[in-house]
Structure formats: C-alpha cells, structure tokens
Design a binder for this molecule. Structure first.
Ligand code: SF4
Length: 145
C-alpha cells in the first residue's frame, strides 16, 4: 500500500493475527435506524480506540468462515451490538459457539426502531458512551467519544 493511501485511510490492526489483543465488535448492521446506529457505534469505537477495539465481519461468521469464527473465539473480549430485540448479532455468534463478553440492544435503550437508514447523532453518542462506561472502561480507561 502506498504512503499516500495509508495516510488517507486509518489502517486497522490485522484482526486475524492480533485477535488476542483486541476487543472484537460484532454489529448486526440491520437495515433500520437502530441497526445503523449499532453499525455507526461500532465504527466509532474502532476508530476511537485503535489497536484495542476492532469491528470484525459478522456476515463472514454467519457464512461459516473459519478464519472469522476463530478471530472471535481468540479475541480478548467480544462485544455484540444488536439493533433490536431479535438480537441477530448475538444469535449469529451463539450459533457459531462464540462467547459474548458484553452485549447491547439499541432498541432496548429507549430508541425507537424506524424503517429508515437515518439516525440521530446524539443517539449514536449515547450508545457509544454507554458501551465505554459499562464495559470498555474496564479495559482501556475512560475516554470521551
Ligand atoms: S437485530 Fe433487528 S435490526 Fe439487527 S439485523 Fe436483526 S432484525 Fe435487523
């Protein structure tokens, strides 16, 4: 990768070789407001805590990719972010025998699930802040989002 490219993009740790040092985040990325909040929260935590927190491909886990299943199984900790009460992220992980260290369901946090890909910035900040306060701060100390 060229220097120009690497300065344009924030490069993430290699999740396969560094899983044991990473808190791996799974988000359902549902096609709803709450699913998209979950995805945005996962993105922001990944970018805010480089080399500590890392989104990984949940679809690959669901599709049975051994590489991706092993990333989650070898992780330092696993966070599941669900858009709604169907809890698809948690259920995919469970079906593959992956332990979940911390889980959250956006629609159970006082946020209505809407048939929209749009979401409220304050709700993203609130959910990200809750994950940091309730869980991540034990690993990485309190840092604002
Ligand atoms: S948990 Fe809800 S929002 Fe997420 S993929 Fe499943 S049905 Fe969609």
């Amino acid at each position: 990768m060229s220097e120009r490219t690497s300065s344009k993009y924030q490069l993430l740790p290699h999740c396969s070789t560094q899983a044991k040092d990473l808190i791996i985040v799974a988000t359902c990325d549902g096609a709803s407001s709450t699913g998209q909040i979950g995805n945005e929260v996962a993105r922001r935590l990944t970018k805010a805590f480089p080399n500590q927190v890392r989104m990984c491909c949940l679809s690959a886990v669901g599709a049975g990719s051994k590489t991706h299943i092993d990333i989650f199984k070898n992780a330092k900790a696993v966070i599941a972010i669900n858009g709604c009460q169907l809890m698809c992220a948690s259920n995919v992980l469970k079906q593959k025998g992956i332990g979940i260290t911390y889980k959250i369901t956006v629609a159970k946090e006082g946020i209505n699930k809407l048939p929209s890909l749009d979401f409220d910035e304050e709700e993203v900040k609130r959910i990200a802040g809750k994950i940091v306060n309730d869980f991540l701060s034990k690993f990485i100390g309190n840092q604002s989002q």
